[in-house]
Ligand binder design. Structure first.
Ligand SMILES: *Cc1c(COP(=O)(O)O)cnc(C)c1O
Length: 367
């Protein structure tokens, strides 16, 4: 058997996105695939060689800076939200220089912060949330002390798609002179394209860094995460010397780094434009409403009225539903607090996909 045939047999075992209602990733946009192919051998870890790709990344940073209301964006395209969060907190720790550093994060934060505590030796303090699952700013304040280097807000929580009160967190960060890292891995390319968007970004003076992932709603090819700082000084705080490369220093976490994410993210944003992105977001939000209506008709209630295209429905039987649906080749996910089944209505989750899913869910409910 030809090796490509062999690869195909494995690839065919993967579940197609048309059956996946749980992922924050999606089928890359066709223009992203073309861009990816063009940049397949590029390595941004050696910038003196890939001069054009470096220039393109700088252009993409400007574009993302525009989306995030930042005139002096400094950052790069990394492997994903996890790396972006690590680098955001690492920069905060290095800039603030405190002996026993701690950060205060919402209880609803992504699990990447577990890794951050371990890798960076930063104590992680978790603040509770209010009845809408937004972080309680009073609790954040109570958990801060003289060793706090950063507080974290989430713009689009992984489980519910909720947005923390970034405006209030920003005021608190300014008052106490700590960094504010906003994890907008998912929401960063949703909120700016909604009607009347919540100001989650650098419009707030206290925001120091933002995680924003093109490989989620940006429809770029994997890997493409993004970390953006409010200015260059934060990148300087991440630098190490690179003796044998074409650059003198490096501020990224990984060494060898693909240019494919840069090219594919740029291609999507440039070819769709902000208007095209608005259309994509509008469709996802419309389909989210359709899903909610269908689920309500079956007796399910969303945990919160959806803010974006992430929605979870309360049920004590979450695990059973997930397993039975998986046997029917549907992938949904569950959350633990409160017990619920979770959906992410990505561009591949079309109205037709939702209708098919609901008809299979009906069969599960009849059992
Ligand atoms: C997806 C996500 C992450 C992690 O991103 P990866 O690309 O999986 O590393 C971090 N934070 C939030 C809020 C996310 O939704």
């Amino acid at each position: 058997m030809d090796v490509i045939d062999e690869l195909r047999t494995y690839r065919e075992k993967d579940i197609p996105y048309s059956r996946v209602l749980s992922s924050m990733c999606t089928i890359p946009h066709p223009v992203a695939v073309e861009a990816h192919r063009m940049f397949i051998e590029t390595n941004l870890g050696d910038p003196g060689i890939f001069r054009g790709t470096v220039e393109l990344e700088a252009k993409l940073m400007k574009l993302i800076g525009e989306i995030l209301h930042c005139k002096t964006p400094a950052g790069y395209i990394c492997s994903g939200g996890t790396e972006a969060n690590i680098q955001g907190i690492r920069a905060a720790r290095n800039v603030q220089r405190k002996d026993n550093p701690n950060i205060v994060i919402p209880k609803t934060a992504h699990f990447s912060f577990e890794k951050i505590g371990d890798i960076l030796r930063v104590e992680i303090r978790r603040a509770g949330v209010d009845e809408e699952y937004k972080v309680d700013v009073g609790q954040v304040e109570d958990l801060m002390d003289e060793n706090t280097v950063a507080i974290v807000g989430i713009a689009g929580t992984t489980e519910l798609g909720q947005i923390d009160p970034i405006v209030e967190l920003s005021k608190l960060a300014e008052e106490r002179q700590v960094e504010l890292h906003v994890d907008a891995a998912f929401g960063g390319l949703v909120i700016p394209f909604m009607d009347d968007p919540y100001p989650f970004d650098f419009q707030n003076k206290g925001v120091s860094s933002v995680t924003i992932d093109p490989h989620k709603m940006g429809m770029a090819t994997i890997p493409a995460g993004g970390i953006i700082f409010k200015d260059e000084s934060y990148l300087r705080a991440l630098e190490v010397e690179t003796p044998y490369l074409t650059s003198k220093t490096q501020c990224t976490l990984t060494g060898t780094r693909p240019g494919t994410g840069v090219a594919s993210a740029y291609a999507v944003l440039k070819s769709l434009g902000f208007d095209g992105m608005r259309e994509v977001v509008k469709t996802c939000l419309k389909n989210t409403r359709i899903l909610v209506e269908e689920m309500r008709a079956l007796g399910f209630e969303p945990v919160i009225e959806p803010v974006m295209n992430v929605v979870s429905f309360r049920t004590d039987e979450a695990e059973r539903f997930k397993e039975e649906l998986y046997r029917m080749n549907w992938v949904i996910s569950t959350i633990r607090e409160p017990k619920a089944i979770r959906f992410v209505v990505m561009p591949h989750v079309t109205e037709e996909v939702i209708k098919n899913f609901i008809s299979d869910l009906r069969r599960v409910l009849r059992r």
